[in-house]
Each structure stands twice: as structure tokens, then as C-alpha cells.
Write a protein that binds this ligand. Sequence first.
Ligand SMILES: Cc1ncc(COP(=O)(O)O)c(C=O)c1O
Length: 303
Amino acid sequence: MQYPDWIWHNGTIKPWADATTHVMAHALHYGSSVFEGIRCYDTADGPAIFRLTDHNRRLYQSAKIHEIDIPYTLDEINAACREVIAANGSTTDYLRPVAFRGLGGFGLSAETPVDVAVATWKMGKYLGDEALENGIDACVSSWQRFAPNTIPAGAKAGGNYLSGTLVAREARRLGFREGIALASTGLLSEGAGENLFLVFDGALHTTPVSAALLNGITRNSIITLAREAGLTVVERDLPREYLYLCDELFMCGTAAEITPIRSVDGRQVGAGKAGPVTRRIQALFFGLFDGSTADTHGWLERV
Ligand SMILES: Cc1ncc(COP(=O)(O)O)c(C=O)c1O
């Protein structure tokens, strides 16, 4: 893997190779980190970071849930994101702020220093170059998401991703591109690292935050853009079989962007390719970056 030259680490920009931590850091043993994933897009007016402030606000919300005291302000983390993008230039399209409990105690409740880094790299198309166009084949995972009041799904915390890793690796092992998890209720939750939208009769249906999912910023952007375009959007509990019965299905997230799903568990979804509503949502979303969708919410934050 090709790494970028520069990374922001505990307050300074330094060479990538110098951003190291101790093997006894708390987070390495207990998953005690919180992080974000943010995309930077090229636009006619130069690079723009999509909803930078909203992502970093969620970083602080995740930290609040886990009582991780980030020793920088939101403005400082926003500035670090801009700095690291500027330092690495065009070798980047994805940002990864992370705050974690470092070295300073071995107990679960140890009050360790909190280390913070902002990395960036070139992610490209997370689910493959063809995925946005042709759709992917997905499966329902044998692994469920966390039960309520166990691990908080609303925090984007390192430890949560052992769940996503099980779901994603199982799917790949079985020959699928991505896995979809059920909540402990048996109702639909989300993809390994993406939220879900189902289309019935032209209306969008998405699973609610009570279904053990991360309240995605892409999900929120889609809900906003779709409603503004006059589409109906419903947040509701959905049983598994509606994955097979819906007219269209797509996953969304910073990494996956808006990826159509053409089959689930070997059953074709709708016409087996991106349908008209999915295409419309893709056009509205990607239109933010080529200027065909007006950025009325100030979501494009300049480097
Ligand atoms: C588990 C999970 N769900 C959903 C999402 C989508 O969230 P967002 O659109 O904010 O990237 C992500 C990605 O961050 C995720 O990891």
C-alpha cells in the first residue's frame, strides 16, 4: 500500500512514519478509540470536504458517550483536517480523524492520555470501481448487531468495528461484496459499514436509529436531498424479507457513497440494477460536487 507523506499527530504535521504509538496503548487492547471517515471531493472551486464540521461534531458525540476527553477543540480538529489535506495534495480523497486512549494504565477504567491523529489517504471507490454503476451482490449476515444497552451503536468507536469486520469478512468469504446485519430484534439494521435504503412504489424507506445503526451523515444527506426533491422518505422498522421484495435497494456511507444492491442472498432485487430512484439520489448527491445540485446547506467546506 502506498501511504501519503504527511499526517497530523497530537498537534503537529509530521512524516507518516513518525506517527507511532506504544503497543501497550489502551485502545489497542480494548478498542477505546473514536473516529470519523470524511471525504474530500474535487469541485470546480477546488477541493471541498463534505460536511467536515458535522463529521467532527459526531467525533465529539462518540467521545462523549465513551468519556474520551479530546484535548483539542472542534475548530482545531477541523483545521487539522484542512492542514493534512493541503500537505498531501492530490494524493488524498478521504480523511480519518481518530482519538484514542493511549499509554498510561492497564485497567479498563484507566485515565490515560488521549492521543489524536488525522490521517488521509486515497480511498477511491470503496466497494469497487463498478459498484456505483452496476450494483453489488450482498448477503444477510449470520452475525447480528449489538443489542440495545450493550455497545452503543450511535458511537463511531473502534471496538464497534469488530462487529462490522465479522459481517464484512463473512460476506467476502461466501463470495458476496458486502454483508447486511440484522438487529438483535431480528429486524433490519445496516450494512457492515453502510446504512440502507429500500424503495417501494417510489418512496424511500430507511431503518431507524433504534435498529442498532450508526446515524450516518450520508443517510441524513440523502433524507434531506430526497425530501427537498419532493420524494417521500420513511424511517421505519423493516423485516429481512423486504430486502427481497423492494423495488430498489442501496447502501450509503462516506466510503460506499451510494451503492446500488442488485441481489441479496442470491435473490435479484427489482430489475437487478440501479433503479430510477437510486439513480436520482445518486444524481442529487454527486451533483453537489459537480455543481448540478445547489449546496444550499453549506455542506461543502473548503480546504
Ligand atoms: C457502521 C456504519 N454505518 C453507517 C455508516 C455510514 O455513515 P456515514 O454516512 O456518516 O459515513 C458507517 C460509516 O461511517 C458505518 O461505519
